[in-house]
Design a protein around this ligand. Structure first.
Ligand code: ADP
Ligand code: TRP
Length: 326
């Protein structure tokens, strides 16, 4: 079985990315034929700073490798090193109904967030993004795509596009399935919304100890006094994050103490920081080692692109033959 997923270099990677996408993907590399790429073409829909794109691309690569991605066990590369994605995206766009894209929540949400008069920020790439994502997936004959819940609709679009292409031009693409991490659901950010680079509410995987601590201390809580029992303890953002970071016993202990009353929010947030810091101890060490040899990361991505390209070229050729381009 072939699995594939992409992650955008549009900012620092955070706990939502880690638990929603990276960990499941890293586990899968052991059992399946895995293709993982850095979605730098996608990042262009929201980021227009070349220096930052280059830096984020390196950071994303370091984060994945430090988190346990093994380039011997999977194909790991940068999307723009396989330009076949954009060519297939064009082909697919010609059979994608506008209505399918109009209905995409992520596009509608981003448009709704933009202030009036900022219509220039709504670029065509943002609208067409699910078609590029479909190309990313279909090029590699992907069977399963491990993603967070927020990407479910994009996977449905990919399936619709694949089915439609196969119907019009003959059996060409594998119709993929999403593997949504239901158990993780959406990792909450410091404001309780979905943790997302674009909402300014993230806890990064890598950063300065002081600023990370500050971020955790800034998590929004209510005004109940420490002594008051909290019957809704399981809904607390810090508790939800501790559930992901600590063992079940440790997390249950925090939750029980909060529920019973007597533990202040300050202490709870300090506890969250401790759990976070120890969870990512080995990660930080590996990341520092890798960051000291930038040539290694470049070589890994280049070797990955060479392997990915063999598959991408073959599928593109097949699609071009099917639709009479060659
Ligand atoms: P962001 O929302 O920060 O821009 P991306 O859209 O780049 O994150 O997401 C990359 C991957 O991480 C996707 O598979 C996405 O589903 C997953 N992901 C992102 N945020 C979360 C979250 N808060 N909870 C669970 N999964 C998430
Ligand atoms: N759209 C995904 C996100 O924002 C990133 C992505 C691009 C992706 N292409 C993909 C994920 C293909 C899975 C498969 O998170």
């Amino acid at each position: 079985m072939r699995v594939l997923t992409g992650i955008q270099p549009s900012g620092a990677l955070h706990l939502g990315n880690y638990f929603g996408a990276m960990l499941p993907a890293i586990r899968l590399q052991e059992e399946e034929e895995a293709f993982y790429f850095i979605a730098d073409y996608h990042s262009m829909t929201s980021l227009t700073d070349a220096v930052r794109r280059r830096q984020y691309t390196l950071d994303v690569a370091l984060d994945w490798l430090a988190a346990g991605l093994n380039p011997e066990r999977c194909v790991f590369w940068k999307q723009s090193d396989t330009p076949e994605h954009t060519e297939l995206a064009w082909i697919l766009s010609t059979i994608t109904p506008m209505g399918l894209l109009d209905r995409c929540h992520s596009y509608k949400d981003k448009v709704a967030k933009l202030a009036d008069g900022d219509a220039g920020a709504v670029n065509h790439g943002l609208f067409a993004y699910p078609v590029l994502m479909a190309a990313d997936i279909l090029l590699y004959g992907t069977h399963v795509v491990p993603v967070g819940k927020d990407q479910k609709q994009h996977l449905e679009v990919t399936r619709d596009i694949a089915i439609k292409f196969n119907h019009i031009y003959g059996e060409t693409f594998v119709v993929p399935e999403a593997r949504i991490q239901e158990s993780v659901a959406l990792v909450p950010g410091t404001d309780g919304q979905k943790m997302s680079k674009s909402y300014g509410n993230i806890i990064e995987l890598h950063g300065e100890e002081k600023s990370l601590r500050k971020r955790m201390m800034s998590i929004q809580m209510d005004s109940r006094s420490p002594s008051e029992p909290k019957p809704d303890a399981e809904k607390n953002i810090a508790i939800q994050l501790i559930r992901l970071l600590a063992s079940t016993e440790v997390a249950t202990d925090y939750e029980d103490r909060l529920r019973a009353g007597g533990m202040g929010y300050g202490d709870l947030k300090k506890g969250l920081f401790e759990q976070y810091w120890s969870h990512f101890g080995a990660f930080r060490e590996r990341r520092a080692e890798l960051a000291a040899k930038p040539g290694y990361v470049r070589d890994v991505l280049e070797a990955g692109a060479r392997r990915a390209r063999v598959v991408a070229k073959e599928t593109l050729e097949k699609a071009k033959v099917a639709c009479g381009l060659c």
